[in-house]
Design a binder for this molecule. Structure first.
Ligand SMILES: [Zn+2]
Length: 217
């Protein structure tokens, strides 16, 4: 099944998608990770991307679509995938339709205050990319990854002033997309109104939606 996860930055898309990928046996494709990889590799494309992400602005469509089209051609995507971080606009959704037929769009509804609290407490492993949270998913040792022992850090764009800018960008550009997918009958909503809701509970709800979709198609 080809799934898109929608939701504001900090809604938990990455956390849920990386767990769903294990349960469903399909790859988690995060355009954010793809973009950060390019920056890390210091390619020409990576340097151009960095200028945008440092400002909390969106990377131009043609760059992401190019990266994504190459990724979705790989054989591990044959049985489906979970796409996270893309599309964010109707134009991007239309471009995506040309390279993949999406079966289901999961929309995570999370209030702003939860997002700001969650993101400002988020830590990421520099070595393996594992995601932690000082409030809800603490590493066993301070600032050390449980999985690989790598150092944990706060992403530059998880600072409160950058979070606000990211939420503004999200509301302006992505919310029309929710309507777009609703009209196509692909959208299912999952709400989280409590910061302390364990990821497992959210995962269960999402799995139920996926199962229901499988039965109906
Ligand atoms: Zn790690």
């Amino acid at each position: 099944m080809k799934i898109v996860m929608l939701g504001p930055p900090g809604a938990g898309k990455g956390t849920y998608a990386s767990r769903l990928t294990v349960k469903l046996g399909v790859p988690h494709i995060s355009t954010g990770d793809m973009v950060r990889d390019e920056i890390k590799k210091q390619t020409e494309l990576g340097r151009r991307i960095k200028e945008y992400s440092d400002r909390g602005a969106l990377v131009p469509d043609e760059i992401i679509i190019k990266l994504l089209a190459e990724r979705l051609k790989k054989p591990d995507c044959d049985g489906g995938f979970i796409l996270d971080g893309f599309p964010r606009t109707i134009r991007q959704a239309e471009a995506l339709e040309k390279i993949a037929k999406i079966d289901l769009v999961i929309n995570l509804n999370v209030p702003d205050e939860i997002i700001i609290t969650r993101l400002s407490n988020r830590l990421i492993c520099r070595e393996c990319g594992a995601i932690y949270n000082l409030l809800t998913l603490k590493p066993k040792r301070d600032r050390i990854c449980d999985k690989c022992g790598g150092p944990l850090y706060q992403r530059e764009d998880d600072r409160p002033e950058v979070i606000k800018e990211r939420l503004d960008v999200y509301r302006r550009q992505t919310e029309p997309l929710i309507e777009y997918y609703e009209r196509k009958g692909l959208l299912r909503n999952v709400s989280c109104n409590d910061l302390m809701t364990p990821p497992e509970v959210m995962i269960e709800r999402i799995i139920e939606i996926i199962e229901e979709k499988k039965r109906s198609s």
